[in-house]
Design a protein around this ligand. Sequence first.
Ligand SMILES: NC(=O)c1ccc[n+]([C@@H]2O[C@H](COP(=O)([O-])OP(=O)(O)OC[C@H]3O[C@@H](n4cnc5c(N)ncnc54)[C@H](OP(=O)(O)O)[C@@H]3O)[C@@H](O)[C@H]2O)c1
Length: 272
Amino acid sequence: MTIEDCSAARQARPVPDTPTNVLQQLSMKGKVVVVTGASDGLGYAAIEAVAEAGADVALWYNSNDVAIQKAQELAKAHSIRAKAYQCEVSKVDKVRSTIEQVVADFGRIDVFVANAGMAISKPILEQTVDEYKRQMEVNVDGVFYCAKYVGEVFKRQGKGNLIITSSMSAHIVNVPVDQPVYNSTKAAVTHMGKSLAREWRDFARVNIVSPGFFDTKLGASPRVVNEAYRMSALGRQGHVKEIKGLFLYLASDASSYQTGSDTLIDGGYTLP
Ligand SMILES: NC(=O)c1ccc[n+]([C@@H]2O[C@H](COP(=O)([O-])OP(=O)(O)OC[C@H]3O[C@@H](n4cnc5c(N)ncnc54)[C@H](OP(=O)(O)O)[C@@H]3O)[C@@H](O)[C@H]2O)c1
């Protein structure tokens, strides 16, 4: 960028034609939302939130096929379309074909929540190279593959919204368990998301959710839980229902001026 580029007069882009009523802004009626890792935990909270607000939903799972039953239940409860898809996010061809299948089934993708993740929490001197590679291929490569192929859909549509579930472990060196590789995977996808917010500025928004400890399978393990209570200003782990509002807000038109953000939702864990 040159000084001349910076000083050239700019036309403001138009404000989006969204409702002024905030409850109407939060409506997801007519929108199609994909969430990876949607069978349970934070991913199911995200999909349940947008389904309750009227979105049609695609639940991606890897090993936990309860997503199939949950999709049927959501469709019935909220009079929406809902379908489950098996997709191992570290397999690039599977990610690409599953995105194509969702577009074939639903016609478009408005919001994609790259939420699937895993951890093998060990100090690096005890971590095997295979364990390192597995965390990288699920947590980093998986988000990259999802972003790359859903980004093509967003660009074609001229519109899109990517949300990445990162972690407070992208902000801090989480204690008391040393887990440098997991922490690094989350720092990588946080910065990937911010970088994409700029790259996709003409057609899509990208935001990051950074949870602290939530009571899920990836939440505080028995050897960590006491520290999770001590460090959190609120003295506990989060309940999955407490992250639904954040996912809905970021997925909806209520956040239409928000891109490149990284929201900590950690009960005050990272305050000290
Ligand atoms: N809970 C916390 O305290 C916490 C804190 C910070 C960040 N996070 C992040 O939040 C996200 C969701 O975790 P969670 O807490 O909800 O735990 P969870 O219930 O164990 O969810 C993890 C999800 O990731 C999916 N997944 C794992 N490996 C996958 C793969 N190779 N391909 C496709 N999907 C895969 C799992 O799918 P299947 O079950 O179908 O295999 C599962 O649904 C993760 O990215 C995690 O790092 C969690």
